[in-house]
Write a protein of this length. Structure first.
Length: 411
């Protein structure tokens, strides 16, 4: 089997995902994607006509993010028209899945150079939203009866209750995330991959992270009201269905303890990321220096009702495929969709906290849904190099109760 090598990774800063308030909110999604695609081509001096395919992740494919955003971004970036592209949706897992598919295409021997990445403009969700959600569509009661799928924040609180993870624990992890992110920013740990975003007139839109709140303290987190207690009881249809009822449909005796809030949940942001992958033969023939190789990939499903619990079984599956153990992994990136996701991962797999999300996570930096996985792979690549380490495991929860995973090995 051909090995897939990661040549380079870059990303935009993450801008606050609110219309008119975030620095990226007025940028067109294809322009944001084009920013990283153009940078990737220029940094590595690639012939874009030889890019076999671009695999792009975008979760909310509606409005300005519809119509194969990967292809439109590539054209906007000035890529040769012969470089094809597709856009996929695995909800939050889209950005890892794009990397996994791009790597698989090379490993199969069918392609020589691919690009993976993703874009998500969460500031567009309000203006580009459609009325029905696949989880809440009242016309699809049959699926709801078989697999009730609540709001993800209510799921996070339900998991915390079932696992006995209290408010103090989830707040403590959120505080660590902010501290780690601030240290990473101050020490320039993101600088190698960070690409400034400019407006159409050439003026600077954003060149640094916009979301972090380094002033966060344990005391300020403790003062925040839980975000999902009231949401859990809002009627969703004429039958009086609520998110709480959807949970108790599967867990009838569960009295949910609401512990998540804006400070220990992922931030709403805009962002894009891209990675360049190639076969060993193509890289050598074209002067491309490999930075890492894809050791193993995996996908895992779990309870759609709890939604967020698949990262642990996904990690176990990808470790088995790689022939590695937890002890072999130097660093972990587990998306902080909600604090409980990472806290449960740490507890279930007995992870040394100094090896996971060492540069902060989505609670501090934000979670541009379809792009986050690609951002995390790039962050892992940079950190393995900085620490002179070998193996990194990246995984994240996704709606529907899923989790993709990947292990990369620095070369």
């Amino acid at each position: 089997m051909t090995e897939a090598f990661i040549i380079d990774a870059c990303r935009t800063p993450r801008g606050i995902g609110k219309p008119g308030k975030g620095a990226l909110s007025e940028i067109h999604p294809q322009q944001l994607g084009a920013t990283v695609l153009k940078a990737l081509a220029e940094r590595n001096k690639i012939n874009t006509a030889e890019v076999d395919d671009i695999i792009w992740g975008t979760s909310s494919q509606r409005g300005t993010q519809s119509g194969d955003l990967g292809r439109m971004a590539a054209l906007d970036a000035g890529y040769d028209v012969r470089s094809s592209a597709m856009t996929l949706d695995r909800f939050c897992g889209s950005g890892i899945t794009s990397v996994n598919i791009a790597a698989t295409n090379i490993m199969s021997g069918m392609e020589d150079m691919t690009i993976a990445g993703g874009t998500e403009m969460m500031s567009r969700f309000g203006t580009d939203a459609k009325a029905d959600s696949p989880f809440l569509d009242s016309g699809n009661k049959r699926l709801r009866e078989v697999h009730p799928q609540p709001h993800q924040g209510v799921c996070a609180d339900a998991i915390a209750t079932l696992e006995g993870i209290d408010r103090e624990a989830v707040d403590a992890l959120a505080y660590v995330s902010q501290q780690n992110a601030q240290r990473a920013i101050e020490e320039g740990r993101f600088d190698k991959s960070l690409i400034a975003v400019h407006k159409e007139d050439g003026s600077l839109a954003l060149d640094k992270e916009e979301f972090p709140r380094p002033q966060t303290t344990p005391e300020s987190l403790a003062e925040l009201e839980p975000s999902f207690a009231k949401l859990a009881d809002i009627p969703l249809d004429e039958d009086g269905t609520t998110f709480r009822k959807l949970v108790t449909q599967a867990y009838p005796d569960l009295d949910i303890n609401h512990v998540h809030h804006a400070g220990n949940s992922s931030g709403v942001v805009d962002g894009a990321a891209a990675l360049l992958l190639a076969s060993e033969d193509y890289a050598k023939a074209n002067g491309l220096k490999a930075r890492a190789k894809v050791k193993a990939i995996a996908n895992m499903g779990d309870s759609p009702t709890l939604m967020l619990n698949a990262p642990v079984p996904a990690a176990k599956k990808v470790l088995e495929k790689a022939g590695l153990t937890i002890a072999d992994i130097d660093l972990f990136e587990v998306n902080e969709a909600f604090s409980v996701v990472t806290e449960k991962f740490i507890r279930d797999l007995d992870i040394d906290r100094s090896r996971i999300n060492v540069n902060g996570g989505a609670m501090a930096l934000g979670h541009p849904i379809g792009a986050t996985g690609s951002i995390l792979v790039g962050t892992m690549l940079d950190e393995l190099e900085r620490q002179d380490k070998q193996f990194g495991l990246i995984t994240m929860c996704a709606a529907g109760g899923m989790a993709p995973a990947i292990i990369i090995e620095r070369v």
